[in-house]
Design a protein around this ligand. Sequence first.
Ligand code: FNR
Length: 362
Amino acid sequence: QIPPQIRCAQDYEMVARRFMAAPTYEYVAGGSGRDLTVAANLAAFARWSVYPRLLRDVTAGHTRLTLGGAAMAHPLLLAPVAFQSLAHVGGEVESARAAHATDSCLVASTLSSCPLEDIARAAGPQRWFQLYFQPRRDDTRLLLQRAEAAGYGAIVVTLDASIQAASLRALSAGFRMPAGCVAANLRGQAAAEPGPAGESRIFQGVMRDAPTWADLEWLLTRTTLPVWVKGVLHPDDARALQRLGVAGLVVSNHGGRGLDGAPASLDALPAVRAAVGAGFPLLFDGGIRSGLDVFKALALGADAVLVGRLQMYALSVAGALGVAHMIRLLREELEVCMALAGCATIDDIGIAALIESTGNPC
Ligand code: FNR
């Protein structure tokens, strides 16, 4: 069932073209606007190389870690990716099965095509819920209650996508969300009403429903679950969020789907780590395509990483089996890199393992 062309995790990107309709592939692969940030995310990894280190005994090596107090087998999480039925009829339930089979923590999106309860049943014990604030607080409260009741262990609130910025790539390819692909968690919720004529469609329109600091403070009082914030790039935001009492941060630019022109997540990571200090839980995503990329993100300050597009690609190719296989490949690629770099544990991976090298294709 796994096509023989798949030799490494990144191969799913290429092979997925055969399994998704072209407009759908463009929608998944593309970012917002002209894909400036998508390109930056990938290019940032190429600026770093990893030193091989010699003669170190790594035979007691492993990839275990604790993240926000929870023990994890490896530092790979499945990122919240909306509308997974675009990639496979089984949608998020397939990804959840893969997470369970590979001891991976899954972050289920508010905009999933399967209900969050179904995803929870298929996922392993490590499952978190990604929250988008809804225009009405009651709807947000209801989502929280459902996530808590379904046994999600943390809330990851995404704050960098208040506007759904158009993707020129998806537009050019003629992508349209299929009629059957709906946000299963949000059925029956009111759509935002248009503002009076003459007002800005953005400031007085879409952004009227965007969360502010007060909403985040409200959220922190409304749940006993740890609350992570996803979409942090500026060190001042990181410090302010840490002061507010969030459990951890996700350094992310939404895979280049938010502000086109935002810096590469990897470039923003060291300053955010410096701002929050060692020991504060920090996740990373944006551009992870290999175990080598995972190693570099950990070396630059992340505790663990989220995998976005590779998940959708693998899902389209072989459902749960594909996603589990992709995670296994990524994990093994990371282990090879750790072993040759002389790092027996995740804690051993640090900035000293890297050298900045412009022009190097690694
Ligand atoms: C996303 N992402 C996302 N993030 C989020 O918080 N909620 C969501 O519903 C979605 N939906 C979504 C759909 C699709 C098709 C993509 C590609 C991405 C962003 C995602 O969680 C993650 O930040 C990026 O995908 C990471 O970058 P890579 O791994 O795709 O390069």
